[in-house]
Design a protein around this ligand. Structure first.
Ligand SMILES: *Cc1c(COP(=O)(O)O)cnc(C)c1O
Length: 449
């Protein structure tokens, strides 16, 4: 297939198939990668060596005419599917009307409508307010600013295996040295790290793991100094670690009792991804503040902090904002995406995807003890690879399986502090057939490694 006959329109009308017409990368993709190597800073890596030209449903099409099964959604972003028709229409209409006024200069409807939707959809029926930003890291930075202003305290606690972004404060909050932090210090002060509940590796009950974390916080930080505790209800980059039951609840209770702001970083887990609109719901917790981004606007840059109105309003006017935060095009995409999450059965679809993924991976695990753990909720499922005799993380196997799957036309992403986790984050618009075929390819890749 030549470039001229390629579908340059993506979305659900793209042929939903895995199709390899060249090796990956094909010649056109390789041309782009050669230009990238010359023009783009080498600190910016890539996982899948293709030139993407269209995407939709459950596939990404490259410049050589290959069609890859998408089990990554651009890191949990295109949950409503790439080029979702309603998103395309909303964006096109907004671009034609106006592209920017700066909300802090001349406000517009869509920003307020996104805030209203977030206030309605995030956990808890208390009075809430929102502020919009451009990226997940920026939302996390602002959540910490807001919590510090509200409490008059400075310290922030994050957890082992946490990932909160790549800006200076969020690098400090992020746990993993390589590749996120190495050589980029000094990092922001007054950030402390507590142990996480990691059932596969710590063997602790949720309450016991929480008691351990709380004891460390009390001894090393002191509640009187602590503005906020920030945690991903289900960790993303850290390895899709699902804390044991009762862990998050005990941390929330301790925060409430001590005037500490509890921030749920739902940048990766939010917006139907886990089979609930927000992962906090799965654990029955109501955070004081919630950060969102990734899935919110189908890939347009948008992020938010949403939470208790008294906390959100503690900051002086002008203390929060940014030139582009809540850009009207991104807000238009968010409103169309949120409508899809609510009215196209995507929460239920995420649950079905989770059943399928977990079922298949647990079958694989029975036959292959190198899969140490299968965990997650909804369309946020992971397999952790280990040495079956020692239980030690096997990063080499993980990387090799992922690489083989990609070469066979299936986009899979790895994660985890030890680099030994393959995470499955398909768009919620993927069909069962394609999902099963993607898993067949991963299973074959594992068998060959
Ligand atoms: C991706 C991510 C971030 C950072 O978001 P960016 O938009 O890349 O800045 C923060 N927190 C979590 C949980 C994430 O997964």
């Amino acid at each position: 297939m030549s470039l001229d006959t390629l579908p340059l329109v993506g979305g659900p009308s793209l042929a939903q198939e895995r199709r390899l017409v060249t090796a990956i990368p094909g010649p056109r993709s390789q041309e782009l990668l050669d230009r990238k190597a010359v023009a783009v800073a080498s600190g910016v890596g890539h996982t899948v060596p293709i030139q993407a030209v269209a995407a939709g449903g459950g596939v990404v099409v490259d410049a050589d005419g290959n069609s890859l099964i998408d089990l990554g959604s651009g890191i949990a972003v295109t949950s409503v599917g790439n080029a979702h028709p309603a998103v395309v229409k909303a964006v096109q209409e907004q671009v034609a009307a106006f592209t920017h006024t700066c909300f802090m200069i001349s406000p517009y409807d869509s920003y307020v409508a996104v805030a209203e939707a977030l206030n309605r959809l995030t956990p808890g029926d208390h009075e809430k307010k929102s502020a919009l930003f451009n990226s997940g890291a920026e939302a996390v930075e602002n959540a910490v600013k807001i919590a510090r202003k509200f409490t008059g305290r400075q310290a922030v606690v994050a957890f082992d295996h946490a990932y909160h972004g790549r800006t200076n404060l969020t690098m400090a909050l992020t746990a993993k040295n390589m590749p996120y932090k190495s050589g980029f210090g000094p990092f922001a002060a007054e950030v402390y790290r507590a142990p996480l509940s990691y059932p596969f590796r710590d063997g602790l009950s949720g309450p016991d793991a929480a008691a351990k974390a709380i004891s460390l916080i009390e001894k090393q930080v002191g509640a009187d100094n602590l503005a906020a505790v920030i945690i991903e209800p289900i960790q993303g980059e850290g390895g899709f670690i699902v804390p044991a039951d009762g862990f998050l609840n005990a941390i929330v209770d301790w925060c409430r009792a001590n005037g500490v702001v509890f921030i749920a970083d739902e940048v990766q887990s939010g917006f139907a991804r886990t089979g609930a609109m927000f992962a906090s719901e799965l654990f029955g917790i109501v955070p004081d503040l919630v950060t969102t981004a990734k899935g919110i606007a189908a890939g347009l840059p948008l992020a938010a902090v949403t939470g208790r109105a008294d906390i959100m309003d503690a900051t002086h006017t002008g203390g929060l904002g940014g030139t582009y935060g809540g850009n009207p095009i991104a807000c238009a995409a968010a409103l169309a995406s949120i409508d899809a999450f609510e009215n196209e059965g995507l929460v239920e679809r995420a649950q079905q995807i989770g059943e399928l993924l977990k079922g298949r991976l647990r079958e694989l695990q029975k036959a292959d003890p190198r899969i140490g753990d299968v965990r997650g909720h909804g369309a946020m499922i992971a397999a952790e690879f280990v040495d079956p005799t020692t239980g030690a993380p096997d990063a080499a196997l993980t990387a090799s399986v992922a690489k083989t799957a990609i070469a066979e036309g299936v986009i899979v992403l790895t994660c985890g502090t030890y680099g030994n986790v393959i995470r499955f984050l398909p768009p919620l618009t993927i069909g069962d057939e394609l999902l099963n075929e993607g898993l067949d390819v991963v299973a074959a890749a594992l068998a060959r490694n």
